[in-house]
Write a protein that binds this ligand. Structure first.
Ligand SMILES: [Zn+2]
Length: 232
């Protein structure tokens, strides 16, 4: 019997804005999902292939160019179109993103699957639960990855950073939603959950329990305090 664990989980730094992409899958079925296909889509697909994993879908944390591809700050960031060109798979987004994903990335309606809060995608015995965490964008989502053995892993996109959180001053952002996503949805998860952010600003991961102690955006005690902290 193999000692190999069921969960296949790879964190990869990509691009010029300190983004982190993820490969999440099952060692038993050799299938994986690609989280936030941007910057170096070929590099991400090549890594999966080198690991003997078949990419069966992509997950988008939210519709910003540095996570799904598109043009921003004078840069053309490759993303979903390159993925679909080389290896067509369904792209899973939250329904509340509206047409943002299509407008930003240039993808077509037939390329995306729109999800409701709490939907689950399984690869082998690994489950990925789609948590709707609006605030940074209307349809931002975090992914709770569980293999039934180790602690849950939270792939947090631009909602929760280590000791920080995503911006709420961009179009489509909503500070009150961010407060609820952080202090209701995410804070309700067990302390042993490991947080994997969408950008690397220091450490690559931390436990949610430690973040509840040190992250000022999780330490606030009221919406009013959160908003004043945000300069509102
Ligand atoms: Zn973003």
């Amino acid at each position: 019997m193999s000692e190999e664990t069921e969960l296949y989980f790879v964190q990869l730094a990509v691009g010029e804005m300190q983004n982190l992409a993820y490969l999440i899958g099952s060692h038993s079925t050799r299938e994986c999902l690609l989280v936030d296909p941007a910057w170096s889509v070929d590099g991400l697909l090549d890594r999966a292939e080198a690991d003997g994993m078949k990419v069966v879908g992509a997950l988008a944390t939210h519709y910003h160019q540095d996570h799904i591809g598109g043009s921003v700050f004078g840069m053309d960031i490759e993303g979903i179109p390159r993925l679909l060109e080389r290896h067509p798979v369904p792209v899973h987004v939250n329904a509340h993103e509206g047409d943002g994903t299509l407008q930003v990335s240039g993808a077509s309606e037939s390329d995306i699957v729109r999800h409701a809060a709490g939907d689950e995608i399984s690869v082998g015995r690994v489950s990925v639960r789609l948590l709707h965490t609006p605030g940074h964008t209307p349809g931002s989502q975090c992914f709770l990855v569980e293999d039934g053995v180790g602690p849950g892993r939270l792939v947090a996109g631009d909602t929760l950073f280590l000791d920080s959180c995503g911006r709420v001053d961009l179009p489509g952002a909503n500070p009150e939603d961010m407060y609820r996503s952080l202090n209701e949805t995410l804070k309700a998860l067990p302390d042993e959950t490991i947080v994997y952010p969408g950008h690397i600003y220091g450490d690559p991961s931390d436990t949610l329990g430690a973040q509840k102690q040190t992250n000022p955006f999780l330490r606030v005690t009221s919406l009013e305090q959160f908003l004043s902290f945000m300069g509102r």
